[in-house]
Design a protein around this ligand. Sequence first.
Ligand code: FAD
Length: 336
Amino acid sequence: MGCYLSADPTSHLPIHPPTHSPMPTAIINWDNFVTALGGIAVIRDRPQVEKLSKDYYHFSPVLQAQLADKCADLVVCPTSETEVLTVAKACVEAKVPLTVRGAGTGNYGQCIPLEGGVILDLSRMNAVKSVQPGLAIVEPGAKLAAIDKITRPQGWELRMYPSTYRTATIGGFIGGGSGGIGSITYGQLSDRGNLNAVRVVTLEDRPRVIELRGDAVQQVNHGYGTNGIITELEIPLGPTYPWAEVIVSFDDFMTAARFGQVLGESDGLIKKLISIHAWPIPEYFVALQSYLPKGKAAALLIIAEPSMALFEELAQAWGGTITYAKGRQTRGKAPL
Ligand SMILES: Cc1cc2nc3c(=O)[nH]c(=O)nc-3n(C[C@H](O)[C@H](O)[C@H](O)COP(=O)(O)OP(=O)(O)OC[C@H]3O[C@@H](n4cnc5c(N)ncnc54)[C@H](O)[C@@H]3O)c2cc1C
């Protein structure tokens, strides 16, 4: 959520919520502020600023009432870490709040500015700088699907991703996400080893760039951008597989749940998603209705194609009926 980034000189990285009150943004001379940015791209067009001040907060009726009128004064779109540092310095100097934004798909208002000020839109910092076996160095605005597109031909892919895979950025996923498809194998983003290192621009009295490595990354992992701006990430990758999307139907929910548990614990069977649903939840998956028999529980799964034969045996042993199975070759699209 919108934040004031503040210094805590006693720690390596300020990790506490703001301690000082910002000055009202109404007294800021925004023309002077923009001039101080020295040519960094700025958006001041009101409808655009309003759009970029919002995320998917409207999923919540509670937040809808609280955040609908929140809006930044302007949006700044840096293209490099040097530019981020310049913006950070300008915000500290002018004492204006700064809210970091990736793609704005967070669904509880994490990147909505509560007190106006600057939205720092990092979507233009989207380079995949390097890919090595099991490792990529990326800029924060790189979209998750775009990263996979580059790493997959080399045999590697993101270990996990949210449902917003095609639009979300890696910086936003680390800043505000928690896990998703792939977590059945690799755990949550906050689990040790799922983020190697980050470069961060601080908003101390004298903003600077620091590098956090190892457990120190946890200071900004899921920090909602409240204590630093991530400008580069070193992320671990997993081996890529041809993936099959599968739906298995079960007569009752508990059998489906136990099947899911056994599948989850079968370490040798490579999978990326186990999602078990009691009826009537499957009724809401409108596009999949022809594969979801009425009144039955459903398991939505992503299984590595080399594991499919064993998987089919397991599903059969638990009385499941495979109603849908589609692999990469036949799908013609990237995985779910
Ligand atoms: C339908 C739907 C399904 C979703 N499914 C999942 C899911 O399965 N798993 C999951 O974890 N999330 C899920 N989400 C939430 C969200 O889409 C993801 O977490 C996504 O990765 C956020 O990325 P983003 O680029 O949109 O981030 P944003 O929404 O732009 O930002 C998210 C947070 O990170 C901060 N931030 C962004 N960039 C940086 C940066 N460079 N440095 C520091 N802080 C930064 C922002 O200030 C904000 O607090 C879902 C959302 C929707 C709407």
